[in-house]
Design a protein around this ligand. Sequence first.
Ligand SMILES: Nc1nc2c(ncn2[C@@H]2O[C@H](COP(=O)(O)OP(=O)(O)OP(=O)(O)O)[C@@H](O)[C@H]2O)c(=O)[nH]1
Ligand SMILES: [Mg+2]
Length: 449
Amino acid sequence: MLDKLTQKVSDALRLISGKATITEKNIDDAVDVIKMALLEADVNLRVVRRFVNATIEEAKGEKVLRSVDPGQQFVKIVHDKLVSFLGDAKQDLRLKGPDTLSVILMLGLQGSGKTTSSAKLALRLKKEGRKPMLVACDLVRPAAMEQLAVLGGQIAVPVYKEDGARDSVKVYREAFNWARKNLIDTMIIDTTGRLQIDEAMMAELARLKDASSPDELLLVADAMTGQSAVDIAKTFDEKIGLTGVILTKFDSDTRGGAALSLKTITGKPLKFIGTGEKPDDLEPFHPDRIAGRILGMGDVVSLVEKAQGVINKKEAEALQQKMEKETFTLEDWLNQLRSVKKIGSLQSMLDMIPGMAGQIREEDIEKEDFKAQEAMLSSMTRKERANHLIIGPSRRARIARGSGTSVAEVARLLKKFEKMRTMMKKMSKMNRNPAAAQAMMSRLQGGLR
Ligand SMILES: Nc1nc2c(ncn2[C@@H]2O[C@H](COP(=O)(O)OP(=O)(O)OP(=O)(O)O)[C@@H](O)[C@H]2O)c(=O)[nH]1
Ligand SMILES: [Mg+2]
């Protein structure tokens, strides 16, 4: 995500942030690098100009040049400007209370991710305690209804569809009656996408909009199309009216141009980003966190939140203590391995660690390693995991057999474990923060061999 932009911007900031005094020329140079990086990231030219002017004006003010730590001040200005261009604060969905039926109309071009995002949104609302349903109003593509039905089945959310239906407004009305009877509180309507914006699609959407008076009109746009996603949003907003945007395929978007231009050019908030193909891969868009990522400051808040579902605060503190006192055991390691697996890809985790963003790529880490490590650790007895010192030659042979590895691999694992403990102790003293401890843990896991 946003790899290239992060790399360039963080390089530019590193040059300036450590300086005790900075000159106007330093500022111009840094802003120049950031400007090029934004243009390369496919950010709209008007947005880049505004960003550059606003940043320079503020950075050259007395307050910055004369301050105690001008480099840091400059970084802060860039950060705050980025946040404001990304849309300031997180924008929630505006739905009615659970006693009234709310309607979300999903629109967008073909293949942008409407159907997938509809299901993702339904899962999210369901987890928040609402009772959503999906409505198949894409009547053009024969497989569309079936796709929605399958997705609905996966997340256990009801799907209303009518085989052979021709009129989407009629489908909506019947779905509405069904929703009423079944105490549904949110209808999510999936619609037909075309290759390009055309009259027929707009007319159909306008009819559906009039019939359903949606609370949210969400445009689903593909982040990888960069500026064209922004142009599409502008047209949809002018013709139909939007309340917000979901940018999909953010996981594959290394540039970030759409995310950065959208708010300024269309005035519409980016509400969610799609970060993968699974129903779980939808995140609320947090401008401050994304800005942090672009600056290469990492994203500790996101990491903490993501990890919270997996390890709770107490566990994190216990882990921190264990690291410090060198009482971290193989058992703890196994638990950690399992929680990393639950958090999701290692890459998404690495991107969120301060100082790590853009530094290590997942390809650099042998994935097989994890599987083998987990197998070896699982093949040990509890007693062995509690005290690795008792694992002598015969135990090693048994563990190797049980895990389908070799004695040499078991020996390597144990060596790595000891090395890890020593390093953890050193590093945890420097960084007394449970979330950072968790993050560091995975970093050591991948990086050490
Ligand atoms: N990597 C990634 N893939 C996504 C994301 N969102 C959707 N996709 C994929 O994009 C493809 C198209 O998604 P759909 O949801 O079918 O798109 P659609 O807008 O409903 O397409 P039409 O119904 O044909 O107009 C599918 O293969 C999805 O798995 C995302 O956030 N990340
Ligand atoms: Mg679809």
